[in-house]
Every structure is written in C-alpha cells, then in structure tokens.
Write a protein that binds this ligand. Structure first.
Ligand code: SGN
Ligand code: CA
Length: 539
C-alpha cells in the first residue's frame, strides 16, 4: 500500500498536466522520428510498477513513464488478441475491419498502417507475435511466430522461409529486433519497427531461471478472488475463466500428467482435463533446457502430490492463484529485462533522441480479480490496456493522463507523429494533442466497445458498451438481453451493477442515448450484430 502511495505521489509531483488542463506552448516537432511499437500479449496494467503494481517491479517499462507519458485510461475496442491487432493495423473497429474474433480470417486487402509508413519512405519491420496471416503487408522484413507461437525453441515465419530458433522466445524476439536496428542504423531513412512479444500469454512458461526465482515468491491476493458474482449479470456467472473451476492443473499449474495419474481416483476430475498439453511447450526443450526446469517442476509436483488430496476448495484456489502469478509474472520479468536491453541499445547508439517508443498490450488481463484469468469482458482489467509513450523533446517527462484513449487511435497517432496524413476512413483520433500537452484540442468524452467471440473458449457472452470516465453502460444482447451500469468513480472494482437502481435512472437514460449515437458514429448497428451472429453460426 505504502509503495503505491509513494508511486502515486511521485507521479503527481512529476506531472504538471495531470488532469489540470494547463497547455504547454507547442514546440516544433522533430522531423522524421523513428517509431518502435512494443506490444506484449495479455500484459495486465496491474503487472507494471509504473501503474502501482503490488505484484512485480518492472523498472525498464517504467523508464517509459519516467521519460514520457503514462495513460491510466487506455483501453481496447474488443478485448481479444487478433481483433485488437486488426484494429491497431487498420485504425478501424472490428465490425468495420471484419476481424471480430480470433477465428474469422483477416481481410488482407485492407490498408494497414505499416503499408502507409512504407509508402512514405520509412524502413519497416515486424518481429514476434502477429497472431494471424503469414505474410504481413507493409514490412520490409518480418520474423513472426505462427499463430500463438511457442515459448521454448520457437518456430518462426520469415520473408525468407520458415525457421526454428533455439532459446527463449522473449530473448529471441529482442535479439532479432536489436539486430535489425543495428543493420538499419546506417540507413538515411527513418524506421517504424513493431516489436511484439508472445509473453505473457497462456500457457505461462517463464525462462528456467525466472521459473526458479518466481516459484519461491508469494503474491498478495486480490480482494475479489472469491467473488460470487452477486449483483452482476448472467454473463459474469456463466463465463468459464475461474481459477478454481477452469484453470487446468497440468496445462496451467505445471503438474505432470503422471503426477495426476498417480493420485488415482482422488484426482479423477483433474485427470479429465486437457492434461497432455503440458508436454506441448515442455516437450520442445532440449535435454539441457529440461534439466534446468526439472528440479523446479519436481518441487511443485511433490507439493501437489502431498497436499492436493486434502486441500479444501479455498486452499486449491489460493494455491492455483500463487502458481498462476509465479508463472505469469515470471514471463513478464523477461519482457521487462528485454525492454531494458532494447532501451539501452537506443541510448548507446544515439537512436533514442529521435525515436518514439510506445509500450502497450493487445489487451488487459485478470490476475485473479473476480476469481478470473483471461480477458474478453468490458470490465476494467481486460478493457483497459497499458500504454506508455516516450518521445524525447516532445512529451514532457513523467506526465500522466487520465483521458479515454483507445488502441483504435494508435495508427493515426503514429502517422501524425511522422508527419504523414491518415486515410479519411480511419476511425480513431490522433493522440498528438495529449502527447504535446495541448489539452484544448482533445475533446473525446466516451469510447465504444464491442466483444463478439461466443460461444467459444471461456464462454464470455457478446456485449457492447459505452464508457466515460464516470460510467460504463453495457448491453449483453445475445443469449440473454441484460444491461449493466457501473459507477466507475464510486465502484472502481465493478462489484455492483446499478442499472436498476432508481438513483441512476437519469444516467441510464442519458447513456443509452449516447450509446445509440456512438454506435451510429462508428457505423455499428443491430443489423451488423445479427449478421455477425449468423456468420458465426454458419448461416
Ligand atoms: C488460447 C488460450 C485461451 C485464450 C485464447 C485467446 N488457451 O486458446 O486461454 O483465451 O488463446 O487468447 S491456451 O491453450 O493458450 O492455454 S488471445 O490472446 O490469443 O486472444
Ligand atoms: Ca492477447
């Protein structure tokens, strides 16, 4: 608690334009800035110390906040991987770019922002996880993971064919990125590089040394770990992302299938799980790599075999939460180290001075809040996403902004920063006024959200909503017809749906009208909702 208070005080002291609408005189922008767009996969803001995390220190990611701007209300349009990436690439909502979920193909005839950079004389590259397609457009060079990719000795798709690289995925993606920067440093042209981590995506396999280090740690539990979803709707109650019920012992908590089998009848519900998948990541390791994981796996497995048969549900939940955090955060420790490596290279090479560095995630994630893992919901932990931006000479160091910004805005922001005009049909807003401290030119009051992937893994029902700094109005329109309203200022953990509370009747009325307007503005409609349901059902 004390740590958070100190961080917040220092952040407030450092930031003069925090909420206060004082404008700085606008400086002339540096010409042809380089851009490094860093995105990790499923990195919750609750796991970044610049956001006041009680779980982990991320000193390197924090450097971006110290030297630049931290956004406390950055969010996504659709909290799931491939749709988030499609929104970032096209600057359009899912219902317009067509990539509504992880299953539908991405229409590659669409214009994406890297193509625009390339057409305007930028050198471009992409390293790491894209999630879809095998030939991203607009990048001179790419080395990307097929689909989700692997943590250990991953396969890659490149412009020159497929390859497998021995080592740990987060280190490899960084090596590839730094090598490219070194190679490009003689070039006169500016660059736009996408440096995209697989980590901390499930199944969480840290590098062996981090695995060893993090399994000795104990983490504070979130207040809502044992949430019973009372005062919420059907969607929260029927989602399949509860640690106790849906997190898998073998796939997630790293109990060897043999350990589970040894427990015989007592473990029968556990045996029914998707146990074989333990060996999909681990099985890729070499003999030497396995030898580094094995002693830690032995300790975890011995503890499980001894204690699991007599554990209460409460004890199982607590144990699963600790195992989850140890592995999830262990993968993040590598992300932070590697971001540090990249920032050091920029400093040493002199590139830092004219390079914009952006750090974000494809969405947020639940770290046991509401008893959950995964994402998808419009509730804050998955709706919001980390966003930190450093731009020497333009962004005032140590600035914090609470404005509502979205991944929808990224393409237009990067293009404007580079002095390139954006296509008219992009739907975001450039964040340049915020980056430059020019608040009077930032007028957005609300953002729009729409999630589609249902029925599917984790069973989160379709919903759309409008979010302002004060309120969140949500409509679960498929399977059920339920509305939810959250008072973001008085109930920041979203434990109480006040939609039916008469005290909020006027707010509901007003927000419903605004929701109709914002859906119109972004060209979403009941007809499109229906079309996507039918497409999904194969009609
Ligand atoms: C996998 C995960 C799910 C996750 C989806 C989507 N299971 O199916 O837990 O919700 O990806 O994630 S696992 O087999 O990887 O453990 S997304 O980030 O790609 O949208
Ligand atoms: Ca993701």
């Amino acid at each position: 608690m004390k740590k958070i208070a100190l961080i917040l005080i220092s952040v407030v002291l450092l930031s003069s334009c925090n909420g206060g609408k004082e404008d700085q005189p606008l400086k002339e922008l540096p010409k042809n800035p380089n851009i490094i767009f860093i995105m990790s996969d499923d990195h919750a803001y609750q796991a970044i110390s610049a956001y006041g995390s009680e779980l982990i220190q991320t000193p390197n990611i924090d450097r971006l906040a110290k030297e630049g701007m931290l956004f406390t209300n950055a969010c996504v349009t659709n909290s799931i991987c491939a749709p988030s990436r499609a929104t970032i690439l096209t600057g359009k909502h899912s219902h317009i770019n067509g990539k509504i979920d992880n299953r539908f193909p991405f229409d590659t005839t669409q214009l994406t922002f890297p193509q625009i950079f390339q057409n305007n004389g930028y050198k471009t590259a992409m390293f790491g996880k894209l999630h879809f397609g095998n030939n991203p457009k607009g990048v001179d060079e790419f080395v990307i993971l097929p689909g989700q990719g692997f943590y250990i000795n991953p396969d890659f798709i490149t412009n020159r064919g497929d390859t497998t690289i021995e080592g740990y995925v987060t280190d490899i993606i960084t090596d590839l990125s730094i090598d490219w920067l070194k190679k490009e440093s003689d070039s006169e042209a500016p660059f736009m590089m996408m440096y995209l981590h697989k980590a901390p995506h499930r199944p969480w396999w840290p590098r062996a040394d981090k695995f060893k280090e993090f399994t000795t740690k104990t983490f504070p539990e979130p207040a809502s770990l044992f949430d019973d979803y009372s005062n919420r709707g059907t969607a929260a109650k029927t989602a399949e992302m509860n640690l106790l019920q849906h997190m898998m012992y073998s796939h997630d908590s790293k109990i060897r299938p043999e350990t589970v089998a040894e427990m015989g009848e007592a473990a029968s519900p556990v045996v029914k799980e998707f146990e074989g998948s333990f060996y999909a990541p681990y099985g890729r390791a070499t003999k030497e790599q396995k030898a580094a994981y094995d002693p830690v796996l032995d300790t975890i497995n011995n503890y499980f075999a001894e204690h699991w048969p007599t554990m209460s549900d409460e004890e199982k939940m607590k144990w699963k939460y600790q195992r989850y955090m140890q592995d999830y955060l262990g993968t993040i420790a590598s992300v932070d180290d590697n971001v540090g490596r990249l920032l050091d290279y920029l400093d040493e090479s002199g590139l830092a001075e004219n390079t914009i560095v952006i750090y974000t995630s494809d969405q947020g994630f639940y770290l046991g809040e509401h008893g959950w893992f995964d994402k998808r919901f419009i509730y804050d932990e998955s709706f919001k996403t980390p966003l930190l931006v450093k731009w020497p000479g333009v962004i005032k160091p140590g600035t914090v902004t609470h404005e509502m910004v979205q991944n929808l805005d990224f393409a237009q922001t990067m293009l404007e920063a580079a002095g390139i005009s954006s296509p008219e049909d992009m739907q975001g807003e450039s964040l340049m006024p915020l980056l430059q401290g020019d608040h009077k030119n930032w007028t957005r009051e609300a953002v729009y959200y729409h999630y589609y992937e249902y029925p599917a893994v984790h069973m989160v029902k379709r919903h759309y909503g409008i979010v302002t700094k004060e309120f969140k109005l949500v409509h679960f329109y498929h399977d059920v017809d339920e509305w939810e309203l959250y008072d973001r200022l008085n109930d920041p953990h979203e434990m109480m749906n006040v939609y039916a509370d008469p005290a909020y009747a006027e707010t509901v009325e007003k927000l419903k009208q605004e929701l109709v307007q914002i859906r119109k503005k972004y060209k979403d409609s009941p007809e499109l909702d229906q079309k996507f349901i039918e497409l999904y059902e194969g009609k």
